[in-house]
Design a protein around this ligand. Structure first.
Ligand code: HEC
Length: 131
C-alpha cells in the first residue's frame, strides 16, 4: 500500500468513526485535492482554522449556519435558520443564492455529485467532536 492509499484509508476510517452519515459514498482523499482549489481561497479547515474571506469550516457538519462569533456573516446567512448537514450542504453548494438569498458567498455552484460527495467526505474528516 503506498502512502496516498494509506492516507486515504486513514481519512476514510476517521470519517466513518466521526460521521453520523456513514452512508456517504465520497472519497475524502479526493475531496482533499479539490477543496484547496474550489473552497480554500476563502475557507479553512483543521484545528487551527481561522476565518478568511469566508468563515472557517472546521466541524461544519451539524453546525447551525452563521454562528461562529469570529466571523461577520450576512444577515441572510445569520437568519437562514439552516443547520449544515448532508442535505443542506448539497443544496447550498449547488445553488448558494437559491438556498440563502442574499448570501455573500460568491460561488457559481457545484452540482457534480461525485465532487460534492468527495468534499462532504473531506469536511466530515474535520469534525472536532462527533456531532
Ligand atoms: C469566493 C469565496 C468563497 C468560495 C470560493 C467558497 N465560499 Fe463558502 N462562504 C464564503 C463566504 C463569504 C461565506 C459567508 C456567507 C454569508 O455570510 O452570507 C461562506 C459561507 C459558507 C458556508 C456557511 C458557513 C457557516 O458557518 O454557516 C459553507 C458551509 C460554505 N461557505 C462552504 C463552502 C464550500 C464547501 C466551498 C467550496 C466548494 C465554498 N464554500 C467556496 C465564501 C466562499
Amino acid at each position: 500500500m503506498n502512502n496516498s492509499a494509506r492516507l486515504s484509508l486513514a481519512l476514510t476510517l476517521t470519517a466513518a468513526l466521526f460521521s453520523p452519515l456513514t452512508h456517504a459514498a465520497g472519497d475524502p482523499a479526493a475531496g482533499a485535492k479539490i477543496f484547496p482549489r474550489l473552497c480554500g481561497g476563502c475557507h479553512q479547515v483543521g484545528e487551527s482554522a481561522r476565518p478568511g474571506f469566508g468563515p472557517q469550516l472546521h466541524g461544519i457538519i451539524g453546525r447551525p449556519a452563521g454562528t461562529p462569533a469570529n466571523y461577520v456573516y450576512s444577515d441572510a446567512m445569520k437568519n437562514s435558520g439552516l443547520t449544515w448537514n448532508r442535505e443542506t450542504l448539497i443544496a447550498y453548494l449547488k445553488d448558494p443564492k437559491g438556498v440563502v438569498p442574499g448570501t455573500r458567498m460568491i460561488f457559481w455552484g457545484l452540482s457534480d455529485e461525485e465532487k460534492v460527495e468527495n468534499l462532504l467526505a473531506y469536511l466530515q474528516s474535520f469534525q472536532a467532536t462527533a456531532p
